[in-house]
Design a protein around this ligand. Structure first.
Ligand code: SAM
Length: 465
């Protein structure tokens, strides 16, 4: 139920390219897809536009929308691979250049990056990747004089790929310095490197079963993780075509994202508000567990998706579209879940653009929003009730620091520490104070590809009076 993220600095998603020379290259199969991949990469790294927004099937970039489904799949693969391995690709391209690229050569750099991503990491014939990158360079007035350079560099990368990948095999390369510094400060150098290493792999597909996880695992050929999530081996094709989707037997939800709602324990018949609910993964969990749920969100469009999702699952909730700060229920709730908006650095395996669209200033701003939402959520918890605060950031500033400041100001709340036995198989995710803090480097399984989970933070607070 991951939502398409919108642009932080919404750029001209569908603006006409000014430099394209249509006479230089007629529509050659595959060229429009490569051009789109390069433009989308530029939009992510130059104007901090989210990849989900650019590749949204209804509101995405014009160059993306005009492609057929197969080419759209290819564009996404090229874009996400270019971002996931951005540092490695950069180092390899630089190593193959006789002299550095001119400082203003952003368009050329993006063509080289998307071309090298295909040659180094994707199952695309090298010759097609190289020829189309050369054609792309030749058809743009900003890059046409570098077409033979593109040819030479990408062919060399193709010839020497094993050696080059061996020479530049360092996870830190693929983690932008601002993020790596913060990971080291919050998690220590060894963990930071392990997290950066996991960020180089796409995440497995996790689903939450509405009923029996074992039955869903058998239907989908997956395995049940110790705390109930069903993890799939991966594979091709649309999620909506997998067995049981149409019947509403399960929904997509990363293993870590399923943990905050579990922290309420037995929630049957309790009145619960999911205070930042859309698109509804946690609302669905609470409703499936028998709670009487009020799903609240400020966004009407995201709430529509939540309603559709719950409809498919045959689950019920009360829906409220409002700013949490303006919500004045007639009586307080037994439990409040605040899954607050955040930088999403815990989801970089799925959203590698996050490493390039977010920064320290954005994290500071989001931490303030979270602090405000937590104060507002506290008001609607009844005495003795529970308040779970969570988000998918790896950053202390959006987690432990927000909760510590809240507790310092709210003597009527106390931390209700999470116990290791509540999260089987994830004891290392429980901090000495009783916070839950997962990272992609946890949940090690048979292979790196089947391991890991999103980075999540959760704290359980109890209102004492
Ligand atoms: C991380 S998402 C929630 C994901 C959701 N809990 C799930 O599991 O599917 C954060 C949500 O908070 C909502 N939000 C942001 N500010 C809000 C506010 N002031 N009041 C209510 N909802 C808000 C956003 O619209 C967004 O849907």
């Amino acid at each position: 139920m991951e939502p398409p993220r919108t642009s932080r600095r919404s750029g001209p998603a569908g603006s006409k390219p000014r430099h394209h020379r249509p006479d230089a290259e007629p529509d050659r199969p595959g060229l429009a897809a490569r051009r789109a991949a390069t433009r989308l990469l530029a939009a992510v790294v130059d104007t901090q536009t989210s990849a989900d927004g650019l590749t949204d099937r209804r509101h995405g970039h014009a160059d993306f929308l005009k492609l057929d489904a197969r080419d759209q799949g290819l564009v996404k693969a090229i874009l996400l691979t270019s971002l996931r391995h951005r540092g490695t690709i950069s180092a390899i391209v630089e190593a193959c250049l006789e002299r550095p690229l001119p400082g203003k050569a952003a368009s050329l750099r993006h063509i080289l990056h998307t071309g090298a991503a295909q040659v180094l990491f994707l199952d695309v014939p090298d010759s097609a990747a190289v020829d189309l990158a050369v054609a792309q360079a030749a058809s743009d007035s900003r890059t046409e004089r570098f077409a033979s350079l593109v040819n030479a560099i990408l062919r060399r990368i193709g010839r020497e790929k094993e050696a080059l990948l061996g020479r530049f095999d360092d996870p830190e390369l693929d983690c932008p310095p601002w993020l790596f510094r913060r990971l080291v400060a919050d998690h220590g150098e060894t963990n930071a490197l392990a997290i950066a290493q996991m960020h180089r792999l796409p995440a497995p597909l996790d689903v939450t079963a509405k009923g029996d996880p074992q039955g869903v695992a058998e239907a989908l050929g997956g395995t049940v993780l110790p705390f109930g999530t069903v993890r799939l081996a991966g594979g091709e094709g649309a999620v909506s075509e997998l067995p049981g989707f149409g019947e509403g037997d399960w929904w997509v939800q990363d293993a870590a994202a399923s943990l905050p709602a579990r922290l309420f324990g037995d929630i049957r018949d309790k009145r619960v508000v999911d205070a930042c609910a859309a698109p509804g993964g946690k609302t669905a969990q609470l409703a499936a567990a028998g709670a009487r749920v009020t799903a609240l969100d400020i966004s009407a469009s995201r709430m529509r998706r939540l309603r559709e999702n719950l409809g498919r699952l045959g689950l019920e909730a009360e829906f409220v579209v409002t700013d949490l700060g303006a919500f004045t229920p007639p009586e307080p709730f037994d439990a409040v879940l605040l899954d607050a908006p955040c930088s999403s650095t815990g989801t970089i395996r799925r959203h590698p653009d996050v490493a390039y669209t977010k920064d320290a200033a954005e994290i500071a701003k989001l931490a303030q929003v979270q602090a405000r939402l937590l104060r507002e959520a506290a008001v609607i918890v009844k005495p003795g009730g529970l308040l779970v605060f969570s988000n998918c950031s790896l950053d202390r500033e959006e987690g432990e620091d927000v909760v510590a400041a809240f507790l310092a100001d709210h003597a009527e709340f106390a931390l209700d520490p999470v116990r290791a036995e509540e999260v089987p198989g994830l004891a290392e995710a429980v901090s000495p104070e009783g916070y839950l803090r997962t990272t992609p480097a946890m949940l090690v399984r048979d292979t790196p590809e089947s391991s890991g989970l999103d980075g999540f933070f959760a704290a359980r607070l109890r209102r004492t009076v």
